[in-house]
Design a protein around this ligand. Structure first.
Ligand SMILES: Cc1ncc(COP(=O)(O)O)c(C=O)c1O
Length: 393
């Protein structure tokens, strides 16, 4: 039987990780993998997480199943964190999922179950798993323009132009904040314009929120999303806690489906429950329980918010330093966008061969589309990185 299997296409980032670990140079630099690193190059466990885990360890009295939708209490906390109680509870169906990826997957299953025959639009470029999951589920994929390769900013004119081809009942996937891979983000005004277009055309947004708190702040990062959710009748949000709580391997996420009314919400909820049952049965509890305790305890929540803010400010200071060093090494303002971009990533606008030269000659590893992980930088190496980049362009 297994001789019939075909190999799966390889993952660019996994390949890069393998190349990096084989590289014996002591001064090699990993800007590829998408995890946060602190000033010492470590992906830390947040103090609030450790504290919450300690208390869970002491107080948890059972490991029995929780429920097919996970913990309702946790989902409500996440709903409050993301939507700030701005949408009536009676319109919201939510399900706990294994990470943001699980949330995207379950929401797309929900979509497919409606007998959906339209297109799902993804940004060009986007996080590669969007296209891969859509393909896996047999959904029709279309791409909309998003990024101007010259200026390395959002090309909103082109995006709007492409929105003319989006049909009634199509789905558009947006990044809630901190666009991966580009780092270029929609302004609040642009969210407003899109909300109008979606409302007018009857388009369903699926908003992927994987980096809340990494951009301009916890509330600021969901402003556009919340604006859109209050305008359109239906929407879906895939929330990931992997990055902002640093619980990558614990798989913590929530799928939110906003319906027009309570009846539809209840049917959506029933469907989400059934999809969890069919896909993995019960979602993993540990990480969600730890996050839930943080969000329900004022002092733990304060600690978590402070730690998250430190991470955000650390990335901003790295951005500032890199933009300035690149300006002085290249004698130009070509890379000033690095300071304007938000989140963990920036796409630098280098060619594949320039990226390859940086890897081969300098041991600098970035994704072939020139996406770098800003959090992979340390202040002390930014000068030499800027010199190396200036040399290859
Ligand atoms: C844009 C985007 N969406 C979703 C995710 C999902 O993250 P996870 O499944 O680890 O929670 C990621 C993680 O890299 C991401 O970058």
């Amino acid at each position: 039987m297994f001789e019939l299997l075909k190999s799966q296409p390889s993952d660019k980032i996994m390949e890069l990780m393998a190349l990096y670990s084989e590289d014996s140079r002591s001064d090699k630099l990993d800007l590829g993998v998408g995890v946060y690193k602190d000033a010492n190059g470590v992906t830390p466990i947040m103090k609030a997480i450790k504290e919450s885990e300690r208390s869970l360890l002491e107080n948890q009295i059972s490991k029995s199943y929780v429920g097919l939708l996970g913990s309702l209490e946790f989902c409500k906390e996440i709903n409050y964190l993301v939507l700030n109680d701005e949408i009536e509870e009676k319109r919201l169906a939510y399900a706990q999922t294994p990470g943001g990826t699980g949330a995207i997957h379950q929401l797309l299953l929900l979509l497919r179950s409606t007998g959906f025959s339209g297109a799902v639009w993804i940004s060009d470029p986007t996080w590669p798993n969007h296209g891969a999951i859509l393909k896996h589920l047999g959904l029709n994929i279309k791409k909309y323009s998003y990024f101007d390769e010259e200026t390395c900013e959002v090309d909103f004119d082109k995006m709007q132009e492409d929105m003319k081809d989006v049909q009634n009942q199509d789905v558009v996937i947006l990044h809630g904040c901190c666009h991966n891979p580009t780092g270029a983000n929609l302004s609040l005004d642009q969210w407003r314009v899109l909300s109008e277009i979606f409302k007018e055309k009857g388009v369903l947004p699926l908003i992927d929120l994987a980096y809340q708190g990494f951009g301009d702040g916890l509330t600021e990062d969901t402003e556009g999303l919340r604006k859109m959710m209050t305008e359109v009748p239906e929407a879906m949000v895939a929330v990931s806690c992997s990055k902002n709580f640093g619980v990558y391997r614990d798989r913590v996420g929530v799928a939110i489906a906003m319906s027009e009314n309570q009846n539809q919400k209840l049917v959506a909820l029933d469907n989400l429950k059934s999809f969890n049952r069919l896909t993995f049965s019960f979602p993993p509890d540990h990480g969600a329980a730890v996050v839930n305790q943080i969000l329900r305890d004022e002092s733990l929540k304060k600690l978590w918010r402070e730690e998250l803010e430190q991470m955000r400010l650390h990335m901003l200071s790295l951005r500032k330093n890199l933009a300035r060093s690149l300006a002085s090494e290249t004698n130009s303002d070509r890379f000033n966008f690095v300071e304007r971009h938000r989140g963990m990533f920036s796409k630098l606008g280098l060619t594949e061969s320039q990226v390859e030269t940086l890897r081969e000659e300098n041991g600098i590893y970035m994704v072939s589309d020139s996406r770098i992980n800003i959090a992979g930088l340390r202040h002390e190496i930014i000068g030499s990185l800027a010199q190396s980049i200036a040399k290859v362009i």
